[in-house]
Design a protein around this ligand. Structure first.
Ligand code: S3P
Length: 424
C-alpha cells in the first residue's frame, strides 16, 4: 500500500469501537444471565476471534448489526469440540484462560504463529497458584495451552508486570474461586475489566494498584455502547499534529484515565488538542478531540505513564522523529513481547526512513527533526506498526510503502480508507 505525502488534512472522523471493551463485552456477556447487546462493537479480526471462541463454547452470538450475546451464566459454558483459536489476539488467550481455568472441562487454546511465541508464563504462574491445570504444549510456556478446568482457590497475586491482560485473567479466574482474589500490579494498567464486571453485577473493588473480586456473582446481561478506541484515534491525532494546515475532529473517543497517556504525552510535546463534549458512555469517559497542526518538541516517556500509552508507542515514536529535540522512551520492555518486537520494528523502520533512532534495553532514543524520506516498511504483521508508519509517510518525502498492509484488519479494517478521506 503506497501512502502519499499529504499537503493538509481536514475533516471529521468516527473511529471504530474500543478493542479492549469489545472483547470484554463478549466475554462478560457470555458469563451473564440473559442477553447483552453491544453497539459500536469493533468488527476487527481480534474481536471476531473472541466471538468464535465463545460460539465454540456453546454461546449463541448474533453478529448482524448490533452484537447480541445470549449469555448462559457463570456455569453455562460447554466443552468445545475442537481447539479454540484466538488468532492473533493476546487479549483473547490471556483472558479466556482465566475463565477456562475454572470450568468443569478440559480444552486447548491456541492461535497464530505470533501468538504461539508470546509469553504465557505470566498467566500460567498465577493460575497454577490458584489450583488450575494449565500448561504450554511441548513443555513450553507458550500457546497452545492445555487447560484442565479445576476447583480454584482465591489468592492475592503480586504481578511483576503492569498488564491488564494478566490482571483480568486472574480476576476472571477469581469468579470461580473459593474466596476473594486480588491482584496488585507495579503500576495501574487499563481498568475496563473492573469497571465492566462491576456493571454486570460482580463485586469488584479497586484501591490504588490493587483490584479485588469476590467469587460466584450473579452476572446480568447489559446494554453496552462501546466508545471509540483511543488507540485507533492515536493515528489520526498524530497525523493531524504532523501534517501542516491540518484540523481534524475525532468523535466519541474513550478517554479513560488508564488509557489517555497519548494525550498527556502529546501535550508535553506542545500538541494543540482540545477536548470537547465530555460525557460518559456505558460508564467510560468519552469526548471529541479537535486536533490541529503543531510544532512538536521532544519529551521523556517513562514509569507509571507507560501502561497508559503502551499501544500508542509506535505512533508516539513517529511523532518524536518529527519533533525537535531528543525523545527518550524507557521502562517499556513490554514492547518486546507485543504482536512484534516493537522496539526493533519501530527503530528499524524509522531508520529506513532516515530518522536518527536507537534501540535500548527497555525503549528507544529518538533524535528528532531530521527530514524523513520514502522507504518500504515491513510491519512484521503488526497492525500498530503498519498504521504508525502510514502516519510517518504523510510527511515523508515521497511517502512510504507499507508491505502486507492488510494486517491493520486486526484492530482497524477501514484504516486506509479513513486516512485517505482526510486528505485535502
Ligand atoms: C490489553 C492490554 C494491553 C494492550 C493490549 C490490550 C487488554 O496488553 O497492549 O493491546 O485489552 O487488556 P498487556 O496487558 O499485555 O499490557
Amino acid at each position: 500500500m503506497m501512502i502519499k505525502p499529504a499537503r493538509s488534512l481536514n475533516g471529521e472522523i468516527h473511529i471504530p469501537g474500543d478493542k479492549s471493551i469489545s472483547h470484554r463485552s463478549v466475554m462478560f456477556g457470555a458469563l451473564a444471565e440473559g442477553m447483552t447487546e453491544v453497539a459500536h462493537f469493533l468488527l476487527g479480526a481480534d474481536c471476531l476471534s473472541t466471538i468464535s471462541c465463545f460460539q465454540k463454547l456453546g454461546i449463541e452470538i448474533q453478529t448482524d448489526g448490533c452484537i447480541r450475546i445470549h449469555g448462559k451464566g457463570l456455569h453455562g459454558l460447554r466443552p468445545p469440540a475442537s481447539v479454540l483459536d484466538a488468532g492473533n489476539s493476546g487479549t483473547t488467550v490471556r483472558l479466556l484462560s482465566g475463565i477456562l481455568a475454572g470450568q468443569p472441562f478440559s480444552c486447548t487454546l491456541s492461535g497464530d504463529a505470533s501468538i504461539q511465541k508470546r509469553p504465557m508464563k505470566r498467566i500460567i504462574t498465577p493460575l497454577r497458584e490458584m489450583g488450575a491445570g494449565i500448561a504450554g504444549a511441548n513443555e513450553t510456556d507458550c500457546a497452545p495451552l492445555l487447560i484442565n478446568g479445576a476447583p480454584l482457590h482465591g489468592i492475592h497475586y503480586q504481578s511483576p508486570v503492569a498488564s491488564a491482560q494478566v490482571k483480568s485473567c486472574v480476576l476472571l479466574a477469581g469468579l470461580y474461586a473459593d474466596g476473594p482474589t486480588s491482584v496488585t500490579e507495579p503500576s495501574l494498567s487499563r481498568n475496563h475489566t473492573e469497571r465492566m464486571l462491576a456493571s454486570f453485577g460482580a463485586d469488584v473493588t479497586s484501591s490504588h494498584t490493587t483490584a479485588t473480586i469476590l467469587p460466584d456473582p450473579a452476572l446480568v446481561g447489559q446494554k453496552i455502547d462501546v466508545p471509540g478506541d483511543i488507540s485507533s484515534a492515536a493515528y489520526f491525532i498524530a497525523a493531524a499534529l504532523l501534517v501542516p494546515n491540518a484540523e481534524v475532529l475525532i468523535h466519541d473517543v474513550g478517554v479513560n484515565p488508564t488509557r489517555d497517556g497519548i494525550l498527556r504525552a502529546a501535550k508535553a510535546m506542545n500538541a494543540d488538542i482540545t477536548r470537547l463534549n465530555e460525557h460518559q458512555v456505558s460508564g467510560e469517559p468519552v469526548c471529541d478531540l479537535l486536533v490541529r497542526s503543531s510544532s512538536l518538541s521532544a519529551t521523556t516517556i517513562e514509569g507509571g505513564m507507560i501502561p497508559a500509552l503502551i499501544d500508542e508507542i509506535p505512533v508516539l515514536a513517529v511523532m518524536a522523529a518529527y519533533a525537535q529535540g531528543t525523545t527518550v522512551i524507557r521502562d517499556a520492555a513490554e514492547l518486546k513481547v507485543k504482536e512484534s518486537n516493537r522496539i526493533e520494528t519501530i527503530v528499524t523502520n524509522l531508520k529506513r526512513m532516515g530518522a536518527d533512532a536507537e534501540a535500548t534495553e527497555d525503549g528507544m532514543v529518538i533524535h528528532g527533526g531530521k527530514p524523513l524520506h520514502y522507504a518500504q516498511i515491513d510491519p512484521h504483521a503488526d497492525h500498530r506498526i503498519a498504521m504508525a508508519f502510514a502516519v510517518a509517510a504523510l510527511c515523508a518525502q515521497g511517502g512510504a510503502e507499507i508491505l502486507n498492509p492488510e494486517c491493520v484488519s486486526i484492530s482497524y479494517p477501514e484504516f486506509y480508507r479513513d486516512l485517505i478521506s482526510l486528505y485535502s
